[in-house]
Design a protein around this ligand. Sequence first.
Ligand code: ADP
Ligand code: ASP
Ligand code: MG
Length: 469
Amino acid sequence: MKLVMKFGGTSVGTGENIRYVADLVTKYAKKENRVAVVVSALAGVTNNLIEVACQAKKSDEKRIQTFTAELLKKHTEAISTAITSKQIQKEVTQIIEKTIAELEKVLTGICYVGELTPKSKDYVVSFGERLSAPIVWGAIKDLKFETQCFTGKEAGIVTDSNFGEADPLMNFTTHLIRERLSPLLEKGVIPVVTGFIAANQDGIVTTVGRGGSDYTATILGVALEVDEVWIWTDVDGIMTTDPKIVPSARMLPQLSYQEAAEMAIFGAKAMHPRALGPVIKENIPVRIRSIFHPENPGTLITKKANAKVTEAVKAVAMIKDVAMLNVNGAGMVGAPGSYAKVFDVLGKNNINVMMISTAASEANISMIIKRGLLGRAISNLEIALLERGGIVSEVSAEDDVAVIAVMGANMKGTLGVASRIFSTVAKNGINIRMIAQGSSELNISFVVKEKDGIAVVRAIHEEFNLDKI
Ligand code: ADP
Ligand code: ASP
Ligand code: MG
């Protein structure tokens, strides 16, 4: 088989884990499979880099040096456990030292300029994967397999310039990846590619969104025309809900692309929301599986849903870090184009609307957006639409909310699902702030206060017996 295998931060948290990952990869490569590897930053490193980048604006050189010294320690420790050959250890250590010295210069630059743009932030966070991939490469080489290390840019992933949430220019990317990686793969060399990071057409570093190594894996999978993309992680597969919220959550052995995408968009962190885009067109199966139980097949995501599962509801998820934005104004009633004006302002400011609800009276429109974008959304709407005599009289927001999404392909046409969901929430004395149901009927989502989110997820999981699915 030809495979892309992706290992997330949870799988490469320590040197021991990296060694284990190298063992796993080579076990498959030995059996005449062709394997390309995608790797995330060591667990927690991306968060640390974001934190230090945001602080660098008002930081001093000493703090930056303390940070880079800790980062160097973490990675050199990983090298000493993941790799046994002294020669390879030395080779990888040199790469890591050089990369960290570059990071220190970048952070110092931000500190002096006192400004962090989306472009420079992407550059800083790219260092997480630039530091992890050489260690995985070294560990595979240590096991005497032929391997070659690439950044996303070197592998040929070219994106638009939407820093922080870039998307690949798929035709160009496919051409470059085929040219650069396919010949290696055919010879049995294992390419190790940094997840999450790529470059725009000018060669400037971009990232494809948090959790984006999954996306890198499917981009490579399509370009290399693999049989399957395997996303190795710390849970058995995609589950009926986050097992950290409901420990009895069950693994879903099979999902359609549409169902899995719906779950990813609505908070199932096990997969990046845009990751399925490339593989759907080419019909390449994706498998989410556990590094702790490699003998289990995990969740298989293909075109078809699992015909054996007849339950209407298959999963429930919660998205935190969102905010509800309300735009009110009697002037919107019966005024053609008034919604377009609202969305135009948000679109022009690069603010993605995740959920929308309006009343038939048309005097109000409520939207869910990422919490971090709230300030920008309010100020731009106020500037553009709150002028005297305009269509909008008030822009308000609630930033302590969470979206709960209840999903399943068989919800389509099943009567009474919504009433069961909402009476379960009501029985728990919890107030619903907003409701939306897409016309696909795969999903009902609603908004509650964030403090009630966990209780709602647990109650719905129980009401629909998801632990027995
Ligand atoms: P990785 O580092 O491998 O990319 P992530 O932390 O991004 O791992 O994703 C795996 C985590 O997603 C799991 O540990 C789990 O807590 C969380 N998660 C949330 N919802 C779900 C779900 N429905 N099914 C499986 N995992 C989920
Ligand atoms: N390291 C990146 C992140 O933490 C990408 C990933 O883990 O998939 O978001
Ligand atoms: Mg992830």
